[in-house]
Write a protein of this length. Structure first.
Length: 322
């Protein structure tokens, strides 16, 4: 069910967008979209001015929009559902599936698929991102949580902020890491040389990633690693690996000089998600099975029995020292 309209009373003079940021656990971009959608009333009158100066005792009402159920494209694929109840859906996103529509996206997206299921979705992220709390790059496969109402969306967004929700990724890289555990704490911003890429730049946003060895390939030229994100920057894992002259197999943007061009897609997979259920408060975790491409590569180039034993006995909370 969608969240009912909610009204807040202004206690001191403040800009509208800043007031909403304080009242809701949403990003500035999400707040801006609500304002642009004319979903905000001040003293009963709609406004689209983010910089409107509010006065004490004014009332601000948020009219949460209904999610449209009609997808923008014909859907000819399915997505594995790992868990679903009235509040959330946990899915295993396939590689090559874009999460949400954008002007440059011509094919069906995960949001389009969600709309075909006839379920309610949160609307806090705007029309193009119904239900989307966090995202994965198009080429990255793996586990994601979708919010089915705005209350769940707010709760999950807060967990993202305080780091009580997160994911662990598996990646196949070359060459192997030098140390058993590698911590990279370097700022990330848009690359000045290639606007399609991100890069480590002094003026970028802080970014921190930890990598840990899991298994070496039979010829010791590649390695399966676990990646833990402490921040959520675009292409963060790939950028931080490139900064130490490593790359993920199948990554033709950050690993354009790699010799192995036969891998169908980037071997980066969001393997495990942990969170607290937004209603029950129960701690939950989900593992997303790897797809055929990644499984096939691992079976061919790694000792399969040893690898299966390693993955089945993984205890992520004890894997990293920080």
């Amino acid at each position: 069910m969608q969240r009912e309209n909610v009204t807040f009373l202004v206690e001191e003079a403040i800009r509208l967008d800043l007031f909403l940021t304080q009242m809701l656990t949403q990003t500035r971009n999400q707040i801006a979209q609500l304002i642009e959608q004319h979903a905000i009333n001040v003293d009963g009158k709609p406004t689209a001015k983010a910089g409107l100066k509010l006065k004490p005792n004014q009332s601000v009402t948020i009219i949460f929009p209904e999610a449209k159920s009609t997808p923008a494209h014909v859907i000819d694929f399915d997505v594995e559902v790992l868990f679903e109840d009235d509040d959330i859906m946990v899915i295993n996103k396939p590689s090559s599936l874009t999460v949400h529509p954008a002007p440059s996206v011509k094919e069906p997206t995960l949001v389009d698929w969600l709309k075909t299921r006839g379920i309610t979705l949160s609307t806090l992220s705007g029309e193009e991102r119904h239900g989307i709390v966090h995202r994965l790059d198009r080429g990255t496969s793996g586990v994601m949580v979708v919010a089915k109402n705005n209350i769940a969306h707010e709760a999950l967004s807060l967990q993202l902020q305080d780091k009580s929700m997160g994911r662990y990724y598996l990646a196949v890289i070359t060459p192997p890491l030098k140390e058993e555990e590698t911590l990279i704490d370097k700022p990330i911003g848009r690359s000045a040389q290639n606007r399609l890429k991100m890069a480590v730049v002094e003026t970028g946003k802080n970014a921190k990633t930890m990598f840990r060895k899991l298994a070496s390939s039979l010829d010791e030229t590649s390695e399966l690693i676990v990646c833990k994100l402490f921040t959520g920057r675009t292409h963060q894992i790939r950028v931080h690996l490139e900064s130490i002259s490593r790359h993920i197999l199948g990554d033709h943007l950050y690993g354009s000089h790699q010799k192995d061009a036969k891998v169908e897609h980037i071997l980066l997979h969001a393997y495990m998600l942990y969170l607290t259920h937004p209603t029950s408060g129960e701690p939950l975790s989900f593992n997303a099975p790897m797809d055929g491409v990644m499984n096939e590569y691992l079976e061919k180039h790694f000792e399969s029995k040893e690898l299966h034993a390693t993955l089945s006995n993984l205890r992520f909370e004890h894997l990293f020292s920080a």
